[in-house]
Design a protein. Structure first.
Ligand SMILES: Cc1ncc(C[n+]2csc(CCOP(=O)(O)OP(=O)(O)O)c2C)c(N)n1
Ligand SMILES: Cc1ncc(C[n+]2csc(CCOP(=O)(O)OP(=O)(O)O)c2C)c(N)n1
Ligand code: SF4
Ligand code: SF4
Ligand SMILES: [Mg+2]
Ligand SMILES: [Mg+2]
Lengths: 623, 343, 623, 343
C-alpha cells in the first residue's frame, strides 16, 4: 500500500472475485477522463490483468462545459484471462456530470455500479444535459447500485494545502474518482501515485494535489464503505515475459522504426495531420535519434509526394492519413505503383463518407484501398487486427514494400489506433532482417542499366538510388517498356506490363502464411473477419462455444493478395459469416472470388461490434 | 579522385527528344546540359524531378537520375529527395501550368521552407501538352481553346508570387539567351536553399512570339532590363533607368535623373520589398521587363535543419535503442510460472 | 461532279461494289491526317454510308517529323448497312511517310490496297523509321496492292499559282491523298471542296491550294488508272431522318446543354484540362449563348469544388476529367454525396495507372468509380456506349442527379470521346423535361426548414437554394441528423443515414428500364458488356450468328444501380461472357452480386477490341 | 419592399456554439453577426462557406445559407457560388491551416481572379481542431505535438502572400477589437472582387497569448500600427512613425524625421509595392505590426466578366437554339424510302 492510505478493512466489506469487469469513466472534456482511464488501465496492467481499452473523445472541439457533445469517456475491460475486447457494456460507470450520465447510463448493465459526482447535478448542468428533473432524485436510476459522492466538495477539501488554488483545484477530481475506483476494484495504488509525481515533477503542487485527491477518493471508499462489496479481478495467466500497455498508433510507429532498423534504411514519414492518424506523426517526430525524419507537409498530396521522393532516394518511405487524406493521395499512390517504388501508405480508418464521423471507427475503406485508383493498380493491402498487432503489421508492410518494390496500404482504424492492450514485448533481436539490395552495377548489355529487368523470384524491379555511378536512369508515370524502361505506347507492352504488375502482386501470396482456423475445425459455420473486428469475433465465437455451438473463425491480415488456402478453407464450411463495420466489403470480395454464398453482419454506426451482436448472429446461424 | 571531365554529350540520353521543332525547350535543355557538364560534378549526384507538361519531359533527356512524375507535384517529390539526401543536387523542372496552376501550393510551400533544390519554371504562358489552353500566366483577353471569347483570369507575376511566398532566390531568364540562362543556373546552383528561376520559353506551336518584346531584334534593346548585382539598373542602351519613387520602381529617361538616383541592384537585400517593387515593373513580357536575379539571400535550409535535429537528438540521446523505446511507457513482467505479475 | 474534275471513265476501270470498307490514313503529325480522315468521313456521311471512326494521335507532343512516335492516324469504316465499329483491319492504308508505313503496315489485311507517298522514302526518313532498306524497293510489300504516288512532287505542281508558296505548299498533300481516295472509293467531291473553301474563307490562297491538290489527286487516279478497279460502297439503309457525324465529347457537351434546357437550370462546368476530356471544356466554353458558364479551374479539386458550389447555388453543375484528375476529385465527390447535392462527374477514361497511356482508351475505372471514395458512398454510375449515345447519357445523368439529389459518375472513354459515328438527330421537343422543384417554403414545424426531410418517392432531400427567404440552412460533410440536418454523432443516426443514402441510390433501379436481350433469346451464351465495347460485342455476335452460333448480348448503361432484371436475365443463360478493356471489373461485380460463374475476355492494351477477338471467344464458347 | 431591420440575434442559429470557452472565434462570430445585422440586407442573400478546422464551424452559427465543406477547398466552392449567383453575398471562413496549408492554391488563385467574395482567415498560428500542430504561420522554433524539437518551417506572411498573388483587397484585424473588425468587414463588403482579411485569433487552448504584443494592455500601444487611408502612419502614441527608405518601409522615431517624410497610407495605390513594403514591417505579431487595410483597388471581377461574356454571346447570337447547335457540324438526310441520301 503506497504512502499512507488506509487499507480496506476486510471485516466490514466483502470482496467479490470476478473474472472480468468493464469500467467506463465518463465526464466533461475538461474532467480528465482519458487520464483517469489510462491510469486505471496502467495500474491494472502492472497488476497483471489482461485488458483492453476503448477511449471515446468528443467529436472535435471542446464543447462548452456540461453539454452532451462535450462528454469524453474511456472504457476498459480487465480480466483474469486473455480477453479480446474492451467489453460490450460497463459493469461500472463513473459519471462526473449530468451530461455524462445522460449519455452513458443506457449502456450500463442492469445491476451495475454507478458512481456519480453529485456536486455537478445542479440546475444549469441538468438543463444543459437535457434533464427535466434531477435523475438522482427521481426513480430513474433504480436498477443500478448508485454511489453518490460529492466529489467537488471532497476534492476541494483534499487538496487544501497542496498549493493549488482557484479554478485549478477541481482539476484533481479525476484523481479522486480514480482513488475511489482503486479501492472498489482492489487496484494497486503506487503506480498511480508514482505516475502523478513523475508527470508533474516540475509542478510539485499539482502532483501533490492529485495525490491528495487520489488518497481522498480511496479513503472515502474505506471510510464510508461506499458499497457492500468490493471487487477483485486476479492477474491473468498470460504467457511469461515483459509487457507494456500499448495503443495502435504507438505500436504502428514503433513497428516502422523496427522496420527501419531491420532493413537498415532510414525512416521517412511524410504526412499531414488528421484525426485519428496524427499521433503516428507525433510519435515519430519525437524519435529523431532513431534517424527518423518526419515532414509535416502542406497537404496529403505533398505528404505522399515527399515519401515517393524519399523512396526514390533510398529511404523506408511512409505516408499516413485517414479517409479524406487517403482520397487525396490516390493519384500519387498510382504513380508509386507504376513506378514500382516501395512505399507504405497507412490509413487509420474513421467514419465516412466525407468528414463523416472523424473520431469514430469504421472499416469502410477496404474496397477503396483495393480499387481507389484509376487504371489497373492492384496495390497490396494488409490490416492490423489489434493495437499490438500494429507493430508486426508495420514490419510486414515494410517487408512487402521493400521486397516487391511496391506501395503497400496498411489499414488500421480509430479503435485500434486509440485502443490499447497489453503487449508482450518482442525480442528485438529475433525479428528477422529485411534484406534490401540496392543495385550497384549495370545489369544490362554494354554497361547499361535496365530499370525494369526484374528479379526472377519476386518480379521486383531493381532499386538503383541516386548517387550510384553508372546507373543513372529515369522513371515515371507513363507506361514503360518492359525491358529498357523507356516510355512505351506499344499496345502489347502495355498488356504485358499490366499483367506483370498484377502478377507481381498476386505472387506475394506465395510469401505469406497459409491461414489456420481457430476454433472448431468440424464446425458448420466459419466466421471470417479482418481488422479490428478480430477481438469481437473471437470473443463471440468463444461465447457461442460455451453455449455448445461449433464455430470456427478465420482472420485475414492480408487483404490483397489473400492467403492461398483461403478458398479451400472457406469451401470446407457450410456457412460463412463475415462481420464487418461497413456494408459488406470483404463480403463482396469473397463472393466474387470464390462464388461462395457468404453472408454479412454489418454495422456502420461509428462503434465497434459488441461481442453480443456477433454472438447472437452466430447463435442464429448455428441453430 | 579527380573531378570528372564532362562534355554536354555526357548529359544527353539515348532518348529521341520529342518536342516540336523550334520549341524553346530545346535551347533550355542545351543550356542545362552544358551547365552541368561544366560543373565537373559526378553525374550520378544529380536528380531531375518533373511534373507533367511538355517541359516535364525534360528528365528523359538528361543523363542523370530523374523522375517524370505527376502533374504539379514535382516540388513535393523533390523535397523528399532533398531532405533525405543532402549529398545530391536536386532540380525541379516544371511549366507554368504545372507549377502555378495545379502545383501552386507545393511551389509556395517549398519556397517558404527553403528546401535545398532548384526550380526551373518554363513559362510559355500556355498549356502546351494539352494543346493550347490559357495558363495562369496568359494575358487577359487571350483567346485559346478554352477561352474562345478571351481569357478573363488576371495572370500571376511568378516573380512577385515567389517573393510573396518568402523565396530566398528568385531569377528570370530567357530560353534563347543561353549565356544568361547559364549565369542564372550557376547562381541558383550556388544558392543554398530553394532557388526559383522563371524561364520565358517560346511555344512556337500554341503561343508563338509571346516573348517577342524581349527576343525580337528591334524590340529587345528597348525592353530588356538586365539586373546586375551592384550595378545601377539601366537599359535601352542606357537611355532608360529605373529609380525608386515613393516605394515604387519606375522607369525614367536616364538623362532626366541624377545618376546617383538610379536604383543600384542588390539581390542580397534581406528585405524583399525592393525586389518586389522591381518585379512590378512588368506584368508579363509586354514592355520593359527585368531579367536576372531579383533576390538571393541566405536563410537556413529546411533539409539542413531537419538533419541537424536528427544529429542533435543522436548526440544527446545516443543512437535509438528499440528495445528501450518499446519499454519506455512502463512495463510489467509475468513470470514463467504463468500468473504472477510484478511491476 | 464538282468543278472541273474529270469523271471516271467507266470503260477503263472496273468498279467493285463492297458492303463495307475500312480505310486508314497514316502520316506524320504535320501531314494533316486527322483533317483528311474527317473530310473523308464527312463526305461518306453525306453520301449516306453508315460509318464509324477511330482517330489515333501521337502520344503527347509533336515528335520530330518523320519519327515513329510522330505518326498520327485516322481510321474509318464505311458501309452500306449499320455497322458498329471502325473495323478491325484496314482494307486500304494511306502511308504518307516511311514511319507511317512501318507503324501500320502490319495491320493492313493481306491483299489490301496501300497508297504510299514515295517522295518521302529517302534515306533520312527511312532511317528515322528504322528501315534498313527501302521497303518500296525490296520484297516486303508483296501481298498488297501498292499504289506508289510521288505526292510531294504532284502537290507542288498542283498548287502552283494558288498563291501559296514555300514550306506551306506541302501542307496541301493531305488533300491530294484525299482526292485520290475520292476517286478510288467513288466519294462525292463537293463536300470536301466546299468545306475547304468555307474553312479557309479568309485565306483564299490556302483554300485554292487545297482544292487544287484535291483535284490533282482525283485526276491522278483517273489519268493513271492507278488501280484496275475502284470501289463503291452504297448508301446504308438507315432510318429516315437528318443525320450528323458526331464524336463523343461533342455529343456529351451537347447533351449537357440539352439537360440544362430541359431542366431549366443554367449549366456550370468546372474543369481542368486533361486529355481526352478537354474537348468537352472547349465545346462548352463556346456555347455561352446557351447560358453556359465554364470555369477553367486551377486544378481538378477546384474544378469539382466550384461545381459543388454551383450545385448548392442552384445550377446544373458538372465537372469532368480523366483518371488522374478524377482521383483528385475523390474527396470532394464524397462531400457531394453526403451533402446530397446534384452533380455530374464525367470521367473520359484513358489508359492507366498514373499518367499511363494518356491518348489511349481503357475501361479500367469502373471499380474506381464505384469504390474510389473513402467511407460508404455508393454514387450512381452510368456509361456511354458510343459517341452518339453520349448525348442521351448526359441527359440521363442529369435526370438522375437532379431527381435524386446525388452526384452521378458518367463514364466515357478515349475511343468514344474522339471516335465518331452518324447520329440521327433527335427531336429536341420530344426530349422529356427534367422536373426540378426548388423548395420555396418551410417544410418543418413552426416554419422551420428541415434539409433532410425526404421526398417519399425518391428519397431525395429538398433543394433550397440561397436567396430563398426563410429556408436558410447549413449543410456539410459531417454526418447529419436524419431529420433536422444538424451535426449528429449519434450511432443510430449514422447507421440510418448510411442505409438511407444507400437505399436512395439502390432505389434508382426502379426508375431505369429493364434490360432487353439483343440476339438469340434461346442461346446458351450471353455476352454482357458496358461502355465502348458495345459495337465490338454486337458486331462479334452478328459474325458468330452468320457462322450459325446462337448468342445473345446485353449491354449495361447503368452500372450502379444495375437494371432490376439483370440477375434474372443472366441466370437464364448457361454461359456468360464479359468482354472488358480491363482485367475483369464488371466481371467481379456480377460474380459478387449473382454468384454466377461468368468469364471475362480482357484486354488492356490501350486499344479497343477487334471484332474478331470477341467473335473468336464467342465461337470458342459456343462450340 | 422596405429594407429588413435585423438585430444580431437574427443571425444566430439554434446550434450550440462549440468552441472552447475563451476562444477568439466567439468574438469574431459576434462581430460578423453584428455587422450583418447592420447591413439591412436580406438574410437569405448571404452564403458562408467554410473548410475544416475550428474556425470552419462558423457557418453553423450564422443564420444564413452555409456549407461546412472539406479541408482547404472553401475558396473553390465559394467561387462556384459567386460566379453563378452574382446576386448573393459570398463569404469564406477559413483558418491558417485550411487557407494557407492545404488550401493555399485555391486561395492564391481566387485572389488573382478577383472572384467577388470575402475571405476571413482566422489566423491562430496553430492547427486547433487536430489538437495542436504547428501551422504555416507558426513561428520558427515553436514546439508542438508535431515539432517536439521546434518547428523549422519559415512561416508565411499572409498579407505578403496575398499581395504577391495579385489580391485587390487585403486587410488585417484582431479578434478582440470588435470595432476594428467591423470596419474591416465593411470595407471588404463594399469592395468588388476578392477581399482578404487576416484576423489574428487567439486559440487559448493550443496557442494562448500568441497575439499578446497586440492585445496586452502594456504591449499594444507600442506595437499596434493602425493603417488609415490618407493618414501618415504613426503609432506608439505618436512616438513612432513609418517612412519609406530606399523602397523599404522602416520604423523610426517620429521626432527624428520631417513629418512630411512619414508615409501617408494609400490603400488605393494601383501599384502593390508600397503595400508589400508595409507588410514587411512585421513577420508575425511579435513587434510593431500593421493592422488595417493594406490594399483596396479596383479590377474587373471574375464573375462579372464571365457573366458579361454570356450576355454578350446572347446579345450577338441570340438565345442558344439547341436544334441548330446539333445540326451545326453539317447534316445529311435519309429520306423515308430508306436508302436514299442527300446532302
Ligand atoms: C492530374 C492531371 N491533371 C491534368 C493533366 C493534364 N495536363 C498535362 S500537362 C498540363 C498542363 C501543361 O502546361 P504547362 O505546365 O504550362 O506545361 P507545357 O506543356 O506548357 O510545357 C495538363 C493540364 C494531367 N496530366 N494530370
Ligand atoms: C483532407 C483533410 N486533411 C486533414 C484534415 C484534418 N484537419 C482538420 S482541420 C485541420 C487544420 C486546422 O487548422 P486551421 O485551419 O488553422 O483551423 P483551426 O482549427 O486552427 O481554426 C486539419 C489538419 C481533414 N479534415 N481533411
Ligand atoms: S507544344 Fe509548345 S511547348 Fe510543347 S513541345 Fe511544342 S512548341 Fe514546345
Ligand atoms: S482549439 Fe483553439 S481555436 Fe479551436 S475552439 Fe479551442 S481555443 Fe478555439
Ligand atoms: Mg506552359
Ligand atoms: Mg489555425
Amino acid at each position: 500500500m503506497a504512502d499512507d492510505i488506509a487499507t480496506v478493512d476486510p471485516s466490514s466489506t466483502t470482496t467479490e472475485v470476478l473474472e472480468k469487469v468493464v469500467i467506463r469513466f465518463a465526464g466533461d472534456s475538461g474532467d480528465g477522463m482519458q487520464v483517469a482511464g489510462t491510469r486505471f488501465t496502467d495500474a491494472s496492467a502492472l497488476f497483471g490483468n489482461d485488458l483492453a481499452t476503448l477511449p471515446s473523445f468528443p467529436a472535435e472541439i471542446r464543447a462548452p462545459a456540461g453539454t452532451l457533445p462535450g462528454v469524453s469517456s474511456f472504457q476498459v475491460q480487465i480480466a483474469d484471462f486473455d480477453i479480446l475486447t474492451a467489453g460490450d457494456e460497463p459493469d461500472c460507470l463513473v459519471a462526473m456530470n449530468p451530461a455524462a450520465l445522460k449519455k452513458h447510463i443506457e449502456d450500463l448493465r442492469q445491476g451495475g455500479t454507478l458512481i456519480v459526482n453529485t456536486d455537478t447535478f445542479e440546475e444549469r448542468n441538468l438543463a444543459k444535459a437535457g434533464y427535466e428533473s434531477n435523475p438522482l432524485d427521481d426513480d430513474s436510476l433504480r436498477g443500478y447500485r448508485v454511489i453518490k459522492v460529492p466529489m467537488d466538495e471532497l476534492t476541494k477539501e483534499a487538496v487544501k494545502g497542496s498549493g493549488v488554488s482557484g479554478r485549478s483545484v477541481l482539476r484533481s477530481k479525476n484523481f479522486f474518482a480514480l482513488g475511489l475506483l482503486a479501492w472498489l476494484f482492489h487496484r494497486p495504488t503506487e503506480p498511480t501515485i508514482d505516475w502523478a509525481r513523475k508527470k508533474f515533477a516540475n509542478k510539485p503542487e499539482v502532483a501533490e494535489a492529485n495525490v491528495a485527491a487520489f488518497k481522498a477518493g480511496y479513503t472515502f471508499g474505506v471510510a464510508t464503505e461506499a458499497t457492500k462489496s468490493t471487487f477483485e479481478v486476479k492477474p491473468a495467466a498470460l504467457p511469461a515475459g515483459t509487457y507494456t500497455n500499448v495503443n495502435g498508433n504507438t505500436a504502428l510507429a514503433w513497428g516502422l522504426i523496427a522496420a527501419s532498423q531491420k532493413s537498415g534504411l532510414p525512416l521517412f514519414y511524410g504526412s499531414y495531420p488528421i484525426t485519428p492518424a496524427s499521433d503516428i506523426l507525433h510519435e515519430l517526430s519525437r524519435q529523431k535519434n532513431f534517424g527518423v525524419r518526419t515532414f509535416q507537409a502542406e497537404d496529403e498530396i505533398a505528404g505522399v509526394g515527399s515519401a515517393i521522393g524519399a523512396a526514390f532516394a533510398g529511404n523506408l518511405a511512409v505516408t499516413g492519413s485517414s479517409g479524406p487524406g487517403i482520397a487525396l493521395k490516390s493519384e500519387a499512390i498510382s504513380l508509386a505503383f507504376i513506378a514500382e517504388l516501395p512505399l507504405i501508405v497507412i490509413n487509420v480508418q474513421r467514419g465516412g463518407p466525407s468528414t463523416g464521423l472523424p473520431t469514430k471507427p469504421e472499416q469502410s475503406d477496404l474496397l477503396f484501398s483495393l480499387y481507389g485508383r484509376h487504371g489497373e493498380s492492384p496495390v497490396p493491402v494488409i490490416a492490423a487486427a489489434s493495437p499490438s498487432d500494429s507493430f508486426e503489421v508495420a514490419i510486414e508492410a515494410a517487408r512487402i514494400a521493400l521486397t516487391y518494390m511496391t506501395p503497400v496500404i496498411l489499414l488500421s482504424d480509430n479503435s485500434i489506433a486509440n485502443g490499447s492492450e497489453p503487449w508482450l514485448l518482442p525480442d528485438i533481436e529475433a525479428i528477422p532482417n529485411i534484406e534490401v539490395d540496392f543495385v550497384k552495377y549495370p545489369n544490362g548489355p554494354d554497361g547499361t542499366f535496365l530499370p525494369y529487368l526484374r528479379d526472377v523470384q519476386t518480379f521486383a524491379r531493381p532499386w538503383a538510388i541516386p548517387g550510384t555511378p553508372g546507373l543513372e536512369h529515369r522513371i515515371g508515370g507513363i507506361e514503360k517498356d518492359a525491358i529498357t524502361g523507356d516510355v512505351s505506347y506499344d499496345p502489347k507492352n502495355h498488356q504485358l506490363m499490366t499483367d506483370t504488375r498484377a502478377w507481381k502482386v498476386a505472387n506475394i501470396a506465395n510469401d505469406i502464411p497459409d491461414l489456420s482456423v481457430d476454433g472448431d475445425e468440424d464446425a458448420d459455420l466459419v466466421v471470417l473477419g479482418w481488422g479490428s473486428t478480430f477481438g469481437a469475433i473471437r470473443a463471440a465465437a468463444r461465447r457461442a462455444r460455451l453455449d455448445g455451438r461449433k464455430v470456427a473463425t478465420l482472420h485475414l491480415r492480408y487483404l490483397n493478395p489473400m492467403a492461398r488456402n483461403l478458398g479451400e478453407v472457406l469451401s470446407s464450411y457450410d456457412k460463412i459469416l463475415i462481420p464487418e463495420l461497413n456494408t459488406g466489403q470483404l463480403l463482396k470480395l469473397i463472393r466474387a472470388e470464390f462464388l461462395l454464398d457468404a453472408v454479412g453482419l454489418n454495422k456502420v454506426a461509428g462503434e465497434p461490434f459488441k461481442v453480443s451482436e456477433v454472438a447472437e448472429k452466430i447463435m442464429e446461424m448455428t441453430k | 579522385m579527380t573531378a570528372p571531365i564532362y562534355t554536354r554529350a555526357d548529359f544527353q540520353t539515348d532518348q529521341e527528344v520529342r518536342w516540336c521543332p523550334g520549341c524553346g525547350d530545346y535551347t533550355i535543355l542545351a543550356s542545362v546540359q552544358q551547365f552541368l557538364a561544366g560543373l565537373s560534378r559526378n553525374r550520378e549526384e544529380f536528380v531531375f524531378i518533373s511534373g507533367i507538361g511538355c517541359a516535364a519531359r525534360f528528365p528523359y533527356y538528361v543523363n542523370t537520375y530523374g523522375m517524370h512524375s505527376i502533374h504539379g507535384r514535382a516540388p513535393a517529390i523533390a523535397s523528399g529527395v532533398a531532405i533525405t539526401r543532402p549529398d545530391l543536387s536536386v532540380w525541379v523542372i516544371t511549366g507554368d501550368g504545372d507549377a502555378l496552376s495545379i502545383g501552386g501550393n507545393h511551389l509556395i510551400h517549398t519556397l517558404r521552407r527553403n528546401v535545398n533544390l532548384t526550380i526551373l519554371l518554363f513559362n510559355n504562358q500556355i498549356y502546351g501538352l494539352t494543346k493550347g489552353q490559357y495558363s495562369p500566366t496568359s494575358e487577359i483577353g487571350k483567346t485559346t481553346k478554352s477561352s474562345p471569347f478571351g481569357s478573363i483570369d488576371y495572370p500571376f507575376n511568378p516573380v512577385s508570387l515567389a517573393l510573396g511566398a518568402e523565396a530566398t532566390f528568385v531569377a528570370r531568364t530567357l530560353d534563347m539567351d543561353r549565356s544568361h540562362t547559364q549565369k542564372m543556373l550557376e547562381a541558383a546552383y550556388n544558392h543554398k536553399g530553394s532557388a526559383f528561376i522563371e524561364i520565358y520559353q517560346n511555344c512556337n506551336v500554341f503561343n508563338d512570339k509571346a516573348f517577342i518584346q524581349l527576343t525580337g531584334k528591334e524590340e529587345r534593346v528597348h525592353n530588356r532590363i538586365d539586373l546586375e548585382a551592384g550595378k545601377p539598373i539601366v537599359f535601352d542602351d542606357g537611355a532608360k533607368a529605373v529609380v525608386m519613387r515613393g516605394g515604387e520602381a519606375v522607369v525614367v529617361d536616364s538623362n532626366s535623373v541624377d545618376p546617383k538616383a538610379i536604383l543600384v541592384h542588390d539581390p542580397t537585400n534581406p528585405n524583399a520589398s525592393v525586389a518586389f517593387a522591381v518585379s512590378r515593373l512588368s506584368h508579363g513580357p509586354y514592355g520593359p521587363t527585368p531579367l536576372g536575379i531579383f533576390r538571393d539571400v541566405n536563410r537556413p535550409t529546411y533539409d539542413s535543419e531537419v538533419n541537424a535535429q536528427v544529429a542533435a537528438a543522436k548526440e544527446k540521446l545516443g543512437e535509438g535503442d528499440l528495445a528501450k523505446l518499446i519499454a519506455s511507457h512502463g512495463t510489467w513482467t509475468v513470470d514463467p510460472s504463468g500468473n504472477g505479475a510484478s511491476a
